[in-house]
Design a protein. Structure first.
Length: 217
């Protein structure tokens, strides 16, 4: 390791899974085994994690507590608020499929100054693996939640899973998110992980070409 390179002495964020449940989505590439079961994080777990986090916060301005899924909004506003209480002086973030976002959730997110990330895989034809529990396409459900965020003036980032890294789609993929006004975009090429055992192994050259075209866009 180079002499000037150092690992951070304390973390800058922690990821919390408040529930295993993910509603109403059942994405075919999901790696989580218990996404159809509503196991809620006990407040005592949040309290235990907060004991460490609260010691780090004075050394790390903007320390981030990220509520990630499952689908965190299935936790419910009352229980999620209770899980947040033990954390002092942190920035709360949530990663959501946006399907449950309504006016009440928007008010909650604004009240608690949440940073919001939305999971969506690009234009509608690139979202075929994001389906509901009933097997229906999930694109319009997510877009409805995004429109509510926009109406309430809530900025959001996005995370997208790319199952077919086709370089011919890269510019259109990028334009979709740019036109939606996302603050940042995280892109993951689908991989075999957890209970997702059916992922196709993307051709290396094709994947490199996709990333190159995306960077060009």
């Amino acid at each position: 390791m180079h002499g000037t390179t150092r690992l951070a002495t304390v973390p800058h964020s922690v990821i919390m899974q408040p529930t295993t449940q993910c509603l109403p989505m059942d994405c075919t590439y999901c790696y989580l085994p218990f996404r159809k079961i509503k196991n809620l994080m006990p407040v005592s777990v949040a309290e235990a994690v907060a004991q460490s986090v609260n010691r780090w916060v004075p050394r790390v301005p903007g320390f981030e507590v990220v509520w990630h899924g499952g689908e965190p909004l299935t936790t419910g506003r009352e229980h999620l608020a209770a899980l947040m209480v033990p954390f002092k002086g942190v920035k709360h973030s949530v990663q959501t499929n946006a399907a449950l976002v309504d006016d009440a959730w928007c008010e909650f997110l604004l009240e608690h100054d949440f940073a919001v990330g939305v999971s969506i895989d690009g234009p509608e034809d690139m979202n075929t693996r994001r389906v509901t529990l009933a097997g229906h396409p999930g694109f319009r459900v997510t877009m409805r939640g995004i429109e509510r965020l926009q109406r309430h003036g809530i900025p959001f980032s996005a995370i997208a899973v790319v199952s077919d890294p086709d370089p011919a789609d890269a510019a259109r993929f990028y334009d979709f998110f740019a036109e939606m006004g996302v603050s940042t975009l995280g892109v993951n090429v689908e991989e075999e992980e957890g209970v997702n055992l059916g992922a196709r192994t993307a051709d290396h050259g094709r994947t490199v070409a996709f990333w190159t075209a995306l960077a060009d866009a």
